[in-house]
Write a protein that binds this ligand. Structure first.
Ligand code: ATP
Ligand code: MG
Length: 258
């Protein structure tokens, strides 16, 4: 089956192209059926923020990169949707911040893990944690397959970037003392609320921005980076993100009246 070709002048081209990546990912076994539904939830929230990166999301990206650059053992947790949408950027961010990639799946199947590993390897990843040959251990707070984490990876991490993550897992990572960074378009999801830094933006825009930030911030003094990371207040961040959505909706409502 071939991908749908979206014409250049289609008004929703960007969104449809992204959707095709998810569908392709599903065909390649990278994306689970539940991942298709999760993507739809993301699309709905993206409409609400106007499908662009706002200043609040930019500040969250900077804080996230600063936290990763100053961590002792940062990790990036990769699921099917993240892998289908931004494989190259995940590899680039991993290299720039020294945070290895670890595959961690809600709906685990060996074939899915192998498919994700192959996409990441094609995107340039040299080493990927959490694969079947690697030593693993258990996060006690979780009952599903995701409680298995790589002994050298997330198990040891002080900071984990978990984009597009489920609330249960975020809470479990917090309960075992990890600092959690997420990318989640829904500012009231459990993941968004329980994370230390939440980037309320589409991963297709946030990841390239994080890579850009990492390039710019890599040479900064560590005390400057620490101050950027520690002065970030996620409660205020989420509140501003919600207000920006409301403002966007109010503008749309006014436009309808004209
Ligand atoms: P929670 O379990 O955190 O309360 P949930 O059950 O709605 O939330 P999950 O499927 O567990 O959601 O996690 C997926 C999250 O990722 C959703 O909040 C969804 O809005 C978000 N999401 C989906 N696609 C994207 C995307 N492309 N960029 C950013 N966020 C996205
Ligand atoms: Mg959930």
């Amino acid at each position: 089956m071939t991908s749908l070709h979206v014409p250049e002048d289609h008004p929703r081209k960007v969104s449809l192209d992204v959707r095709e990546k998810i569908i392709d990912g599903h065909r390649k076994q990278v994306v689970a059926i539940a991942g298709l539904l999760a993507h739809g939830r993301g699309e709905a929230f993206d409409y609400l923020i106007g499908e662009e990166t706002n200043s609040q999301a930019k500040a969250a990206c900077r804080a996230a990169v600063a936290a990763m650059l100053t961590a002792k053992h940062p990790m990036i947790s990769v699921n099917g949707n993240a892998c289908a949408l931004v494989p190259k950027e995940l590899v680039a961010l991993s290299e720039l911040t020294g945070a290895p990639l670890e595959i961690n799946l809600f709906y685990y199947r060996k074939e899915r893990e192998a498919a994700i590993l192959s996409v990441l390897t094609d995107a340039g990843a040299k080493e990927v944690y959490g694969t079947m040959e690697r030593p693993s251990e258990i996060i006690p707070e979780l009952s599903s397959n995701r409680r298995k984490v790589d002994s050298e990876g997330i198990a040891k991490a002080d900071i984990v970037l978990v984009p597009l993550e489920d609330g249960d897992r975020t809470e479990a990572l917090k309960a075992i003392g990890k600092k959690v960074i997420t990318i989640d378009l829904n500012p009231i999801s459990r993941t968004a609320v329980h994370s230390d830094i939440t980037i309320v933006d589409n991963i297709v825009r946030a990841l390239p921005l994080m890579v850009k930030c990492a390039h710019e911030m890599k040479g900064m003094q560590s005390d400057r980076l620490l101050s950027i990371a520690s002065s970030f207040d996620n409660k205020k961040n989420l509140s501003k993100a919600i207000r920006l959505m409301m403002k966007h909706l109010e503008t749309k409502a006014r436009e309808e009246l004209q």
